[in-house]
Design a protein around this ligand. Structure first.
Ligand code: HSE
Length: 400
């Protein structure tokens, strides 16, 4: 296969942009020129000469010699506008922007076909873990039962530090920010939204459904307390934030993001710090486990480099599961066993527990373990943000 000479216009020179620069400079065999880097902040000190930079996006978008746009900026709306303009003018695009891809997924897929260009975004989900291309190429005809894992480095870092070193939540979050793992608005990480965007992108490739992120229930780790960590430790468990997507019948899937208890015999138990892990369960391949760094400039830069390289060989996502169209429905009618730590009995009643297997009450905190329906959780999603509760999927029983 012939390899196209790449002339890159890069948007953004933050943590990932600089990571990509380092990765490109160290990849001796791979030749790609970064023609220009477009950045927003005119005052920021840069580690390479200013002649490499522009502040005008049209210097890249209107340059006919640039055949690949690499979009690594923070602002998802601006990113969408850049990516659309680039694709309309026949330029291929590589992006790491999960919020942008997840919120405009269908439109971006249609534009690739319409303008005969390629948009690659491996770095947007699980950073260094090549999960999207695996789903596209390896699982293209596999009957995939489910996919779950850890898709957010920041929350995994926080949970690891709280569990292993008894670090307070806020201190662990500050460390994750200092290390460049967190989003510039870390609420996206700790509320489970970042993991949800990644889950939606993965769902598009795993099952061919382009879900609106608003349709998917998410719950993060913002309200975790030392009682929850203590409970997990006493039982030999860890708490991880685990997005899940899986089949409920032949043509229907469900998905959600919830903290989950993980026992020491499970793959995800030792996926700590900023590492991510993905487990697929399929009819023929059976269980597979992918693990790698899920955040940070170099780890994310390595996935961007891989997309740039794939692009030079003319690689495009084919959205094979979407074209097959075997999955057409989405449901939230799904029963889960959860641990609910709470204070107020009236709030507990809102969850509509069906079967309670454990109950504990003390002056300091209470918890209950029982079965609830995802539909009920979804209906409560706005109230949940103000409740003094913490919810963990026990993952113990297959109820559906
Ligand atoms: N904030 C994200 C995370 C960065 O912590 O996983 C990588 O997508």
């Amino acid at each position: 296969m012939t390899r196209e000479k790449l002339k890159i216009g890069l948007f953004g020179y933050g943590c990932v942009g600089q990571g990509l620069h380092d990765v490109l400079n160290s990849s001796k065999g791979f030749k790609a020129d970064i023609v220009k880097i477009c950045v927003k902040d005119r005052t920021k000190k840069r580690r390479i000469p200013m002649t490499n930079f522009t502040f005008d996006k049209n210097d890249i978008l209107n340059d006919p010699s640039i055949n690949l746009v690499v979009e690594l900026i923070d602002d998802a709306d601006e990113a969408f506008s850049i990516v659309c303009t680039a694709m309309k003018s026949g330029k291929n695009v590589v992006t790491a922007n999960k919020l942008m891809v997840a919120t405009h997924f269908k439109a971006l897929v249609e534009m690739q076909a319409k303008y005969k260009v390629s948009l690659l975004y491996e770095a947007s989900a699980g950073a260094s873990i090549p999960i999207i291309r695996n789903l596209e190429e390896y699982y293209d005809n596999e009957l995939l039962y489910s996919l779950r894992g850890i898709l957010n480095g920041t929350t995994n870092y926080i949970l690891t530090k709280m569990h292993n070193e008894a670090l307070p939540y806020s201190q662990a979050l500050s460390q994750a920010q200092e290390k460049g793992f967190a989003e510039s608005n870390p609420s996206l990480d700790v509320e489970g939204l970042d993991a949800k965007y990644k889950l939606c992108i993965i769902t598009g490739h795993a099952y061919g459904l382009f879900l609106e992120p608003g349709e998917v229930f998410h719950y993060g780790i913002k309200t975790i307390s030392k009682f929850d960590i203590q409970y997990a430790k006493e039982k030999g468990l860890k708490i991880k934030l685990v997005p899940y997507v899986g089949k409920t019948n032949e043509n229907t899937i469900t998905s959600f993001v919830l903290p989950r208890f993980i026992s020491s015999d499970k793959y995800l138990y030792n996926v700590d710090n900023e590492y991510n892990g993905v487990i697929t369960e399929a009819a023929f391949a059976d269980k597979q486990f992918f693990c790698g760094k899920g955040a940070g400039g170099h780890a994310t830069g390595s996935a961007v480099l891989s997309d740039i390289s794939a692009n030079s060989y003319g690689y495009k996502y084919e959205y094979k599961k979407y074209l097959q169209g075997t999955v057409s429905n989405y449901t939230r009618n799904f029963r889960l066993e959860v641990y609910l730590r709470y204070k107020d009995e009236k709030e507990k009643e809102l969850f509509g527990f069906e079967e309670v297997s454990e109950y504990f009450s003390s002056r300091l905190y209470k918890y209950v373990i029982g079965i609830i329906n995802l539909e009920r959780l979804y209906a409560l999603r706005e109230q949940l943000t103000n409740m003094d509760v913490f919810i963990v999927n026990t993952g113990r029983r297959d109820l559906n």
